[in-house]
Design a protein around this ligand. Structure first.
Ligand code: 1CP
Length: 354
């Protein structure tokens, strides 16, 4: 089906657009009262992910409120480790946790590579349901965590601040960690390709924790495996290019290396100036980001100023997708997100004239 609004895809392929496309990381979520209501109806977070109708409903909720240029599958990066048998659960008020965290090479050797249409079939059902309901309005983004980021949760047993357990594995038993990362890369390739076949029109890999590594070890433990993923992905489906974006939070120092993987888009957090990022890699990849999500706490005029500054930093030319540099905070007033989205469309037109 032809997309009614294909700005997001065109921008990632560095083709001309009429206005800069915009979406928000974590655009479906607890800052929206309607999300909280649907989540309560589902019972808990994983039940929401596993119910295709409700996952579709929360995917579409932000699009009803805001003029967004893309939808993102409602799911989580931790579906893969859950499907590998680690037992994902959420305790109220706390982050994700695993019943069976990994600590030995024997446990890693025993891990299966999940079949995306079997153990992860609920994700593919959600993708198909969302595509049907989107009716070609905007593209659907599929996603996965990076092998390194998934491994941090699997070895730490949940969220972490210091990453001591996974770093201990990296330095005391690197072969065990490489085996885990390689299995995860294979799992992510199968999972994202299944999402593409089910209807995802672009995919994104979230490397939320790559930035906690040294430059050398980022290359070794994170980027190498994202590179393997880029090489293994379906890049064209149904006659359309399927752009792939890599996002490493705190990865500003390594943009050239990320662009070298052959991805289409590179995600930026807010710790790098977009003008500098464009100078360094903008003739090879599209850039996505990079507004600090905390700016959404500011009054409307301040939000608009920030949008104008980032647009001016990128300047003329193709290859810009506007986004937040990380997920929207759960206590942001939804009206402020609306100011942000409108500002991107309104103030970007001048950068897209012939
Ligand atoms: O309703 C709830 O209380 C659960 C909160 C929640 C939500 C809304 C979690 C648990 N996951 C999600 C959805 C989600 N997660 C989406 C789709 C929503 C959308 O964008 O509209 C996406 C893309 C993710 C991706 C994700 N999950 C990442 C990568 C991006 C990022 O934010 O850095 C990560 C690191 C996770 C792990 C995770 N899942 C949930 C939480 C609270 C966390 C973070 C844990 C931590 O702090 O380490």
């Amino acid at each position: 089906m032809q997309l009614k609004n294909d700005r997001y895809i065109r921008a990632l392929l560095r083709q001309p657009v009429d206005t800069t496309p915009v979406w928000m990381m974590r655009q479906a979520g607890r800052y929206l009262p309607e999300y909280k209501a649907t989540r309560a109806e589902a019972g808990d977070f994983m039940s929401l992910c596993k119910n295709a109708e409700l996952a579709c409903e929360v995917t579409l909720q932000p699009l009803r409120r805001f003029d967004l240029d893309a939808a993102i599958l409602f799911s989580d990066i931790l579906t893969i480790p859950d499907a590998m048998g680690l037992g994902l659960y959420f305790e109220t008020g706390e982050g994700p946790k695993f019943k069976h965290a990994l600590s030995s090479k024997a446990q890693i050797e025993a891990l299966p590579i999940p079949d995306p249409e079997d153990e992860l079939g609920y994700v593919m059902n959600a993708v198909r349901t969302i595509r049907r309901n989107l009716k070609g309005e905007v593209p659907l983004i599929g996603f996965s965590g990076s092998p390194w980021t998934l491994a941090t949760y699997m070895v730490e047993g949940g969220a972490s601040k210091a990453f001591t357990k996974i770093k201990k594995m990296a330095y005391a038993d690197p072969n065990a960690l490489h085996l885990l990362l390689d299995k995860l890369a294979d799992s992510v390739i199968a999972y994202l390709n299944a999402q593409i076949k089910a209807g995802a029109q672009s995919v994104m890999v979230f490397d939320t924790w790559g930035g906690v590594l040294t430059p050398r070890d980022y290359q070794l433990f994170s980027l190498q495996y994202m590179h393997k993923i880029v090489d293994g992905l379906i890049r064209e489906h149904d006659g359309q290019r399927v752009p792939v974006t890599l996002f490493t939070k705190n990865g500003g120092a390594w943009l050239e290396k990320i662009a070298d993987t052959g991805c289409d888009g590179v995600g930026l957090d807010w710790t790098i100036d977009i003008a500098e990022a464009k100078r360094r890699v903008g003739d090879r990849v599209a850039l996505q980001g990079n507004m600090d999500p905390s700016i959404l706490y500011a009054p409307a005029a301040r939000i608009e100023d920030e949008v104008k500054t980032i647009l001016a930093g990128f300047g003329n030319g193709t290859g810009h997708v506007f986004n937040l540099g990380h997920g929207i905070h759960l206590d942001v007033p939804p009206e402020n997100a609306g100011v942000f989205v409108e500002a991107v469309h309104k103030f970007s037109k001048q950068y897209h004239q012939e």
